[in-house]
Design a protein around this ligand. Structure first.
Ligand code: PLP
Length: 397
């Protein structure tokens, strides 16, 4: 019954999701407090109070047929205008509502833009380690994901290999900063060089290459780190944003695409993307939460970053003390740790014996590493430290 295209997806069902289920199974046996599930990027910090307030206010103050009704497939105009003005204020951009398309989270934003621009066997490039769903999203539209190998020195993208791998079939490049799984923020220098390469290569091949900036972690940057705004570096940029992490709303499925005027055929792309949103079956982003986002922006709502920062410091300092190697994440809520053996899956299996659930780096096309999602309670991290220390000792660290 299942299609040939769907079958491999069923066979390779997401390791992270499987791990999440395993966590629940172990919790039932050992008790939730004795299982240290670091597998899923599900925010543990509650949504800011403004979210609840805005939901209640919206329900009280706005007309029911309006807030629950159909709207333009690109979303409510006033919500899009509020987002555009907020971006302009923060990043000195010049967006208007005509540049903002409301989406069902980053996942649908990526699907919409890929559906909009990809032809059969077009190539989409990305940099390892990368969010594993990219391959699935690209295949949804019969494109081919081309992966640039990781630069494990500082996890900035490997731009030499990138330049070599661009071909006449390259239609898009997906970047993700702050990065899942490394927590690295792409520097001004990186983005400048990346944009230069794209301009040179698209001129060489006479093609248009779209830079897709997948940035659900934009707001999660520590120690005042600046996350450069990518549209400033390269005209053919589409930004894919989500409130899943920045307001702890992953289940609400809300985000947006920015399609700037500077993008080639911007207006046509916006229209096509709006239609793509409809025909992939999303139709429009959820209406109530769109209204809530507008109010949250007006109130300056932000997630409690200090909770993640505290987790980051405790976990990073402790793991370093136990002898693990990793770079200190500047953003997002992941630590990407070098496994003490080459086989990251074997290392994860060993860690699991201590009820530590970690995700192998090979799930992000970066074997030899593991991802630890620290969007968990501080107490869970504290309780897990003896297990990490025991694993370190087993490997002679
Ligand atoms: N992109 C990256 C890099 C992610 O880590 C995630 C979710 O974890 C997504 C996209 C999907 O986010 P959303 O919940 O907004 O669909």
């Amino acid at each position: 019954m299942i299609s040939k295209k769907m079958n491999p997806l069923v066979q390779n069902n997401s390791v992270i999701r499987v791990m999440f289920e395993e966590g629940k199974r172990l919790a039932a046996i050992y008790g939730a407090e004795n299982v240290y599930d670091f597998s899923l990027g599900n925010p543990n910090v509650p949504a800011p109070q403004e979210v609840e307030d805005s939901i209640l206010e919206t329900l009280k103050e706005e007309d029911s047929t309006f807030i629950h009704g159909y709207m333009s497939n690109s979303g409510y105009e006033d919500v899009r205008e509020t987002i555009a003005q907020d971006l302009n204020r923060r990043f000195g951009t010049k967006f208007g509502q005509g540049n903002i398309l409301m989406t069902v989270g980053a996942a649908s934003g990526l699907n919409i833009i890929l559906k909009t621009i990809l032809d059969l066997e077009d190539e989409v490039m990305t940099f390892a380690p990368y969010f594993v769903e990219y391959g699935n999203y690209v295949r949804n539209y019969d494109g081919r994901l081309v992966v640039v190998s990781p630069n494990t020195v500082d996890f900035q993208p490997n731009l030499e290999e990138f330049a070599e791998k661009i071909t006449a079939r390259t239609k898009a490049v997906i970047i993700n900063t702050p990065n899942n799984p490394t927590g690295v923020i792409y520097s001004d220098e990186t983005l400048t060089r990346l944009a230069d390469i794209l301009r040179v290569k698209s001129a060489e091949f006479g093609t248009e290459i779209v830079l897709i900036s997948d940035e659900p972690y934009r707001e999660l940057a520590y120690d005042g780190a600046v996350v450069p705004y990518v549209t400033k570096y390269y005209a053919n940029t589409v930004v894919c944003y989500s409130y899943s992490k920045s307001l702890s709303l992953p289940g609400e499925r809300i985000g947006y695409l920015v399609i700037p005027d500077e993008l080639t055929d911007s207006k046509e792309v916006f229209t096509a993307a709006t239609i793509a949103n409809r025909v992939i079956g999303c139709v429009n982003a959820p209406s109530l939460i769109q209204r809530v986002i507008k109010r949250c922006i007006e109130k300056g709502a932000a997630v409690n970053l200090s909770a993640y920062d505290k987790n980051r410091n405790l976990l990073y300092n402790s793991l370093k003390e136990f002898g693990f190697e990793c770079i200190k994440p500047e953003g997002a809520f992941y630590l990407f740790v070098k496994a003490p053996i080459a086989d990251d899956k074997a290392f994860c299996a060993q860690a699991q014996k201590h009820n530590l659930l970690l995700v192998p780096g090979s799930s992000f096309a970066c074997p030899g590493y593991v991802r630890i999602a620290y969007c968990v309670s501080y107490e869970q991290i504290e309780r897990s430290l003896p297990a990490f220390e025991a694993v370190a000792k087993e490997y002679g660290l």
